[in-house]
Design a protein around this ligand. Structure first.
Ligand code: DNO
Length: 357
């Protein structure tokens, strides 16, 4: 396992590489070219300058999150091949520069969704939260405005304005795309990128749908053990793997997280570890990483990853906003640094216990 932190690049992130370097045990960042719109090819030059900057700080680029997928690929429109070609060329550039892990998602229109980005907790920190009854009473546009207005002026990943300016048109375009069609379009995409992935040992790690149920009548296909198994079998090659995100799959308490980790094993290329505090089905908030602060047994989750021999990057996912920090909701320094340290502690204890010393 490699401990990492997500970093959006110096133009966008409040957290610096120098700060990340000082978190014990963190050896790399998971980053992206945040300003390149979905569908465009990444240039070799931009990748190199991002990589040089990270390495100059004594860290490595442990993976990309995300190279986003253009909606034409998800919808399956005739121009999708042009966007797939751009994606292949982007993977080629990344592969040439020895970056060989890419996290992506296949969620229509929205990436993740929360109804509040600054819910106050009893400890005075604020967190991202979800209440299904709120979603039932809002239009997608209202939710978009809510996210924009409560994100402290930051552009939230997955909620980039260029995408959401066209929200009405997108809903139109997805008419007729049901689960089966979306799944087939994903398989079509994976088969097209398979050769370049295999050439460079590129690991593609699909991110689960967050939350793990359909929203606003849009299909969502990566949300439980059965659906993920179906995808891994449909393109049954090691490059086709998963980002195991506890905070996304764990939105549905029917998902047994340690059991799923054991079932997916070596097809897990990347892990996002975070805890949720559930109040009732469909009503939850993000908690501190510590087991006792939320609903998940983090020891069992980390132990399952250890047991399957997980060697990829882990990043502590969304943290609480606390200690007066001004940051992108979920992506401040302090609570994610505590999360990294806690997960490292669990890992060390499990490792020593297993080896009997
Ligand atoms: C939210 C993130 C997601 C994730 C994408 C991966 O904080 O977990 O935006 O990066 O779904 O493509």
């Amino acid at each position: 396992m490699k401990m990492t932190l997500r970093w959006y690049g110096s133009a966008y992130d409040t957290v610096t590489l120098e700060q990340i370097k000082q978190i014990p045990g963190v050896t790399g960042v998971i980053t992206t070219l945040y300003d390149v719109p979905a569908g465009e090819k990444w240039s070799a030059k931009a990748i190199k300058s991002m990589k040089d900057e990270v390495e100059a700080a004594g860290l490595e680029v442990s993976g990309i999150e995300s190279v986003n997928i253009h909606d034409s690929i998800k919808i399956g429109t005739p121009d999708r091949d042009k966007y797939i070609q751009n994606y292949i060329e982007t993977l080629e550039e990344l592969g040439k520069q020895d970056i060989n892990l890419v996290c992506y998602n296949f969620m229509p229109v929205f990436d993740w969704l929360r109804t509040k980005l600054d819910k106050k907790r009893p400890d005075g920190s604020t967190v991202l939260a979800y209440d299904a009854s709120v979603v039932e009473n809002l239009t997608p546009q209202m939710l978009f405005d809510e996210i924009k207005n409560s994100s402290n002026g930051f552009i939230m990943p997955g909620w980039e304005p260029d995408r959401l300016d066209h929200i009405k048109g997108l809903f139109e375009a997805y008419k007729g795309v049901d689960e089966e069609k979306l799944f087939n379009n994903l398989v079509y995409f994976l088969k097209a990128i398979q050769p370049v992935c295999e050439k460079y040992g590129m690991k593609m790690a699909i991110h689960p749908d967050d939350p793990s149920w359909p929203l606003f009548g849009l299909p969502r296909i990566i949300r439980n053990q059965e659906m993920i198994t179906k995808l891994l079998k449909a393109v049954d090659a090691p490059f086709n793997g998963l980002t195991f995100c506890t905070g996304s799959l764990g939105t549905n308490l029917d998902n047994d997280l340690p059991k799923m980790i054991r079932a997916f094993g070596s097809r897990i290329h990347f892990a996002h570890i975070r805890n949720l505090h559930h109040f009732s089905p469909g009503v939850f908030e993000e908690a501190a990483h510590l087991s006792s602060d939320g609903s998940f047994d983090m020891y069992e989750i980390v132990k399952a990853l250890y047991t399957v021999g997980f060697e990829g990057p882990i990043r502590p996912d969304h943290g609480r906003t606390m200690w007066g920090e001004k940051c992108m909701p979920g992506y401040g320094l302090y609570d994610r640094a505590l999360g990294a340290t806690y997960i490292n502690g669990l890992w060390e204890a499990i490792d020593k216990n297993t080896k009997g010393n």
